[in-house]
Design a protein around this ligand. Structure first.
Ligand code: ATP
Ligand code: MG
Length: 350
């Protein structure tokens, strides 16, 4: 099904660009840290492409979702600000496009959708979710709260409140999108009204960037990422710490050499070369050379983005205004949808 979704993304790409009015995008991130290269090549580049094609793009900051698996909350609003800075530096542009950035905690009508949605899924469906299981394993929680099991339902409300039909995400989100499709369909059937579309995941060509450990996905929570905002020096140091293998001859072989191949893929994404050609150029010069080439490619690619980020750091009001504008539009949309939902459920007072 992951392979199907990847194939489907390729087929969709042209229609998205040619018929922007047919589509509405929603994606998001948790304010648990800064964006890393997994976010960038797994999702952000697609968001920018779709925005630039003229598609209405909702970018949601999932602050409530932080409560599910964290024990420290002192930095949620700081990271909401930091994420917004990252977005703007990467090229999301609420000034010139129909792009709306907002934290979902600020859209009460969106969150009200969660209550009927919870009645549309079974507890066994929630228990089986592979991404939730993996996140529970990766976290250090010794007791799991109900919010952790139910956040995919809340996330369905995130996606459906604006009736989005395209969700640019990484591989880990596929089970959540599938659940969202079920919820949309079941709602429409149960209440006999076609309120929601069935959204599809939209992948980049690299929907699962590995972390520096070479095994798990790159993730804010797993201490294995290179941040978009990292300095050149930090990037060099981080890449030096990346796990590789003992074979001096560098080859691109994701199946058997995931660590080396992940670095080659990052170097490739940041240059115009394919990973096999980069491997051939390095040949028997070993992982030292591979790391040097990769760090240089990343630093060259991200130089303008990092520069823009520095400039934006000086303009706090600009960042705040972007959020206020996003909140205002998202609320307008959520109020409309909730009204339709209340009517479909026959709860309007007479
Ligand atoms: P956390 O550790 O707090 O869960 P995260 O690094 O997993 O953070 P999220 O905010 O959960 O990031 O994910 C935001 C989006 O980025 C999702 O669409 C997710 O699929 C995508 N994404 C995250 N990590 C990667 C990765 N390594 N490769 C590709 N896409 C990714
Ligand atoms: Mg995550």
């Amino acid at each position: 099904s992951f392979e199907n979704a990847k194939e489907q993304s390729k087929l969709l790409a042209n229609d998205l660009i040619n018929n922007p009015k047919k589509y509405r995008v929603l994606t998001g991130d948790r304010p648990t840290g800064n964006l890393h290269l997994g976010h960038y090549f797994g999702s952000i580049i697609n968001r920018i492409k779709l925005q630039n094609a003229g598609i209405e793009t909702y970018v949601l900051i999932a602050d409530y979702q932080v409560l599910t698996d964290r024990s420290v909350f002192a930095e949620i609003s700081k990271f909401t600000y930091e994420l917004t800075l990252d977005y703007l530096a990467c090229g999301l542009d609420p000034e010139n496009y129909k792009t709306y950035i907002f934290p979902h905690s600020h859209i009460p009508e969106l969150n009200q959708l969660t209550i009927p949605f919870l009645t549309l899924v079974s507890s066994s469906e929630l228990n089986k979710n592979p991404t939730v299981k993996e996140e529970i394993t990766a976290s250090s929680m010794n007791s799991i709260n109900a919010g952790m099991y139910t956040y995919p339902v809340h996330q369905a409300a995130d996606i459906l409140f604006c009736k989005s039909n395209i969700v640019p995400v990484g591989k880990d989100q596929l089970p959540h999108i599938e659940l969202t499709r079920k919820i949309a369909k079941r709602f429409n059937t149960k209440f006999n009204k076609n309120v929601f579309p069935e959204p599809v995941a939209f992948f980049t060509s690299t929907p699962n960037i590995l972390g520096l450990d070479g095994t798990q996905k790159m993730s804010k929570s797993r201490n294995n990422s290179i941040l978009i905002k990292s300095t050149s020096d930090e990037t060099v140091k981080l890449i030096k710490s990346a796990k590789t293998d003992s074979n001096r001859y560098v080859t691109y072989d994701p199946e058997n050499r995931p660590e080396v191949s992940n670095l080659l893929m990052l170097a490739s994404l940041c240059s115009d070369k394919n990973p096999t050609d980069i491997a051939n150029e390095i040949g028997d010069q070993g992982s030292g050379k591979l790391k040097q080439v990769t760090a240089e490619a990343i630093n060259t690619y991200f130089e303008p983005i990092r520069k823009k980020r520095k400039e934006l750091e000086q303009n706090k009001d600009f960042v705040k205004d972007a959020l206020l504008k996003g909140i205002s539009k998202a609320r307008e949309t959520a109020i409309e949808t909730l009204s339709e939902v209340t009517e479909a459920m026959n709860m309007k007072i007479q």
